[in-house]
Design a protein around this ligand. Sequence first.
Ligand SMILES: [Zn+2]
Ligand SMILES: [Zn+2]
Length: 135
Amino acid sequence: MTYEGSCLCGAIAYAVHGEIGDPVMCHCRSCRKASGSAYATNAPVAVTDLRLLRGERCLREYESSPGKLRAFCSTCGTPLYVRWPDNPALVRLRLGTLDTPLGKKPVAHTFATSRADWDVIADALPQYEAREPGR
Ligand SMILES: [Zn+2]
Ligand SMILES: [Zn+2]
């Protein structure tokens, strides 16, 4: 499988040559802040499958909590992925940046109890207090 994605201004583009894992909708405080919205929809991708096609000079990282780096475009602010230097095999990709269809649906809500009071979860997917089990 090959997927492609980019930031809002187009300076950064990437490809994923491999599988994108199960998407979750994360309502935690830092995903709300980083997305400027109710939640972030993320999925795991193997670092070895992720290729930056262009825009490395625009890529910045913000350490939102110790050991957790949020990569974003310094021109347009689009959040692209999260990575953990202590767990270098994996990133969590921001699925809103994909330009190709994903072909699968989210499987759960995470940090559901941290959601904003105006955030209505209107589907029947499992809701977890923190991360999904098994992570
Ligand atoms: Zn950009
Ligand atoms: Zn989160």
